[in-house]
Ligand binder design. Sequence first.
Ligand code: B12
Ligand code: SF4
Length: 471
Amino acid sequence: MSVGMQIDQPETVLSPDSTIYSEEHLKQLVSEQKSRKKWLLVQPTSNTSMMVDSGTVSMPLNLLMVATLVGELFDVAFIDERLGEEVPEDFSGFDVVAITSRTLNASKAYAIGESARKQGKIVILGGVHPTMLHDEARSHCTSVVYGEIESVWTELATDVILGKMKEVYRACALKPMESMRHPDFSYALRSKSAKKYSSLIPILATKGCPVGCNFCTTPTIYGKNYRYREIDFVLDEMRYHQERLGKQKVSFSFMDDNISFRPKYFMELLEEMEKLEIRWNANISMNFLHKPEVAELAGRSGCDLMSIGFESLNPETLKSVHKGSNKLGNYEAVVRNLHKNGVAIQGYFMFGFDNESDESFQMTYDFIMKNQIEFPVFSLVTPFPGTPYFDEMKTRLRHFDWDKYDTYHYMFEPTKMSGEKLLENFVKLQREVYKGRAIMKRMKGKPVNWVWFVNYMMHRFTKKLKPEIYL
Ligand code: B12
Ligand code: SF4
C-alpha cells in the first residue's frame, strides 16, 4: 500500500450555486434520459482474519442511504458481500459500480473497483477510508465521494448522466439533515440472505461529534459540525418500521457518532420516544451521563443497551487522546445510574497506548468486575489514516496493511511495555473477564436476554485466544 497519503482539501470543491448543478437542470436531464442508467452498489467484506463480519451483521445504513438517493433517478442492484452474496466478475449489466469502504475492507473495495474500471465502468468509491485517503482511492476508481453523498448528490448525478466525471466530489458546505431521505430498507431486505441481518433497525438522528478525540475520523470529516434531524422525522421513521413489522416493540440501533452531544435535543427526543414504546441502543459519550435524570429517562424511553467508550482508566491516556468527555471521576456514577434504570452497558476499552503498564490491565479488570459491566469489548488502539493520531504515529507503525486495520491487530510498540507483554496482558484480560465465574459475577441479577448469549459466545471465543493472532 502507498503511504504517500494526503488529506488536504482537494481542488474540486463543489460550489452549490453553479447553474449546471441545479436540481432543475438535473430533473431536466433525467427526463431526457432514454433509459435509466444501472448502478451496482456494493458493501464489501473485509479480508481480516478477525470475526468482524461474521455471524449476524447490521444492515448497512450508509449504503442504504446511497441506494435511496440513487434509486430515485437510476436503477439499482444491491450486493452485501457479508451475507455471502457475490460480486459478479462480469459488470456488463451495469453503467456505474459504486462501493462503500472503511479501512478494514479498503483492499477488497479497491480490487472490485479496479476490475469494474478495466471493463470501462464508472467506478465510485465512498465511505470513511476513501474520504480520508482520496489520493490513494483515486487510483482505484473513476471518482471518490468525500463524506456524505447527500451533500454532493446533484453534482454527482448530473455528471453521471453527462458522462463527465470528476476525480473527487467534495461539498463546500454540508447540507442540513432535513435533506436526508427516509432510507429505503427494501434494498437490503429483498436479499435471499436477509435473515443474516440483525433484527435491530439502524436509524440516525444526529451526525458529527465535536468532542475531537485524536484517534477518531469523525472530527476530521465533519469538523466541529453537529447536525440533527427534526425529532418528528426520527419518530416517523420509527412508526414506519412499527407498521412495517406489525408490532410496537421494535428495536432500533442508533448509528449516530454521539447521540447525546446536545443534551436538550437528546432529552426531547427520548421524551417523545417513550410514547412509542420501542427499544433502542446507541453509541454515547459520557459528557452528561453521570446525571441521574438522564439515565432515568434513557431507561424509561426503552434503552436496553448503551455503548460507551470508556477507552482507558489511565488519566494520562485520556488526556493524550483528547477525550475531554471522559471524566474518570464520573465513570462509576455513569454505570450506577444506567444499571439502576435497567440499561446494560457495552463498554469499550482500548489498549496499546504509550502510557500502558501492567497496572492498566489490572485496573480495567477491577473496574469491569466491580461495576458489573455486562458486555466489555477490548481493542488495540489503531491509528486510522487521516486522523491526527495517524500523523503522530506514522513512523512507528508496523505496517500499512489495511486488512489489519480492524482494531484487533498489534500496530506499534508502546514506550513503556514490550509488544509481547502488551499482547500477553491483552489476552489474559479478555480470558479473565469472560471466565465462567467472572460472567456469573458480572451478570448476577441481570435479565436473561441476548447479553447472556453474547457472554457465552465470548467465553468460548476467548478460551481459544493466543497473542499470535493479533500479529
Ligand atoms: C455505527 C457505527 C458502527 C456500528 C454499525 C456499523 C455498520 N454496520 O454500519 C457497529 C457498532 C457495528 C460498528 C462496528 C465497527 N466499527 Co464503526 N462506526 C459506526 C459509526 C459511529 C457510524 C457509521 C454510520 O453508519 N453512520 C451513518 C451513515 C449514514 O453515515 P456514513 O457511514 O458516513 O455514510 C455516508 C457517507 O460516508 C457516504 N458514503 C458511505 N458509503 C458510500 C458509498 C458510496 C458509493 C458513496 C457515493 C457514498 C458513501 O454517504 C453515506 C450516507 O450519508 C462510525 C463513525 C462514522 N461517522 O463513520 C464508526 C466507524 C465507521 N467504525 C469504525 C470501526 C473501527 C469499527 C469496528 C472495526 C470496531 C470494532 N473493533 O468492532 C467495527 C467494524 C465493523 C465492520 N465490519 O465494518 C471506524 C472506522 C475507521 C476506518 N477508517 O475505517 C469509524 C469511522 C469510527 C472511528 N473510529 O473513526 N460501527
Ligand atoms: S467521543 Fe466518540 S465520536 Fe466523538 S470524537 Fe471521540 S471517539 Fe469520535
